[in-house]
Design a protein around this ligand. Structure first.
Ligand SMILES: C[S@@+](CC[C@H](N)C(=O)[O-])C[C@H]1O[C@@H](n2cnc3c(N)ncnc32)[C@H](O)[C@@H]1O
Length: 298
């Protein structure tokens, strides 16, 4: 299995401003690349909570950190964790999207480069799969998903091709779907023609944007004073949600007459512009990565 290479590692650790003894929750712990560095700084007096909705990731994390006593593992969607039992925390990390092993293991059915059953579930105990979306959603629903989550201008054409093809034969595999998309689009695309459609179906299968939107208010509510939330996003849909939410945290009401701020904000942005992954990074995921960090000041 190809290991997951953590993205923006140094920058994330730096901007989290970790201290010995802190309580940290890594909401997308994956293969523990960021967590391992966090652990070095918070030390044995700190507490680390590792969350992932992928059972495989949790298994690997338990192996990786088997000698550490100050770690709790939670196999769950981060939008469904029980904050009451966790309490408040000093630092939160969210490194969004999929891990390299999820993309690379063909049987997970995420990738158009590897033929496999269309699956795309990060959590394999969930019932909805990509196959169900592709074969059972209406043409209009498919077009909307591909347009919204894939930002694909040719969404209607692709949705029609999917529906025409599935009437002849169910679309069971990643290759079938990739071929259908490829055959209905012009050849001049710089990226593989199915890239946007696969992204869209993956986001819909895992309700990725809904989970993110639902989690941000809860997570920031559970930050201690001086606590920080760092989020690494990988596409504009995620980054827009994060940017707008952070903006809402630092906005305060103004007196309509004087224009003066009525109260001071509870948060401040650590970096006004997102830190970006290097364009020449060997890891293609890094090239689209953006890191935003916010701090609770009151
Ligand atoms: C980019 S990887 C994280 C990699 C990790 N930082 C590392 O260094 O190994 C994203 C991970 O988040 C998990 N994930 C994505 N959405 C999630 C959600 N809503 N709840 C919990 N885990 C999620 C995925 O299963 C995946 O393992």
């Amino acid at each position: 299995m190809k290991l997951h290479q953590p993205v923006l590692l140094e920058q994330t650790i730096d901007l989290l401003d970790l201290k010995s003894g802190e309580i940290v929750i890594d909401m997308t712990a994956g293969y523990g690349g960021h967590s391992a560095e966090i652990l070095k700084i918070i030390g044995e007096s700190g507490r680390l909570i590792l969350v992932d909705r992928d059972e495989n990731a949790i298994k690997e994390l338990k192996k990786k950190f088997k000698n550490c006593k100050n770690i709790d593992y939670i196999h769950s969607n981060y939008s469904e964790i029980d904050w009451k039992s966790i309490g408040s925390v000093d630092k939160i990390l969210m490194d969004l999207g999929v891990s390299s092993p999820q993309l690379d293991e063909s049987e997970r059915g995420f990738s158009f480069n590897k033929d496999a059953e269309l699956d795309m579930r990060m959590d394999r105990s969930q019932s909805l799969t990509a196959k169900e979306i592709v074969n059972e959603y209406s043409e209009e629903e498919l077009a909307n998903i591909i347009y919204r989550y894939g930002e694909e201008k040719k969404s209607r054409r692709i949705a029609k091709a999917i529906v025409d093809n599935r009437e002849v034969k169910p679309i069971k595999t990643t290759k079938q779907l990739a071929d259908i998309v490829e055959n209905c689009l012009p050849k001049s695309y710089r990226i593989h023609p199915a890239t946007r459609t696969f992204q869209a179906i993956r986001i819909a299968t895992n309700a990725e944007l809904e989970s993110l939107e639902a989690t941000l208010p809860e997570a920031t509510e559970h930050l201690n004073k001086d606590g920080r939330l760092a989020i690494i996003s990988f596409h504009s849909l995620e980054d827009r949600i994060v940017k707008q939410f952070f903006k809402s945290l630092i906005e305060v009401d103004k007196d309509p007459v004087t224009g003066m701020e009525v109260e001071s904000p509870n948060f401040r942005l650590i970096n006004k512009k997102p830190l970006k992954g290097l364009q020449n990074d060997n890891n293609p995921r890094a090239r689209s990565a953006k890191l935003r960090v916010v701090e609770k000041i009151n």
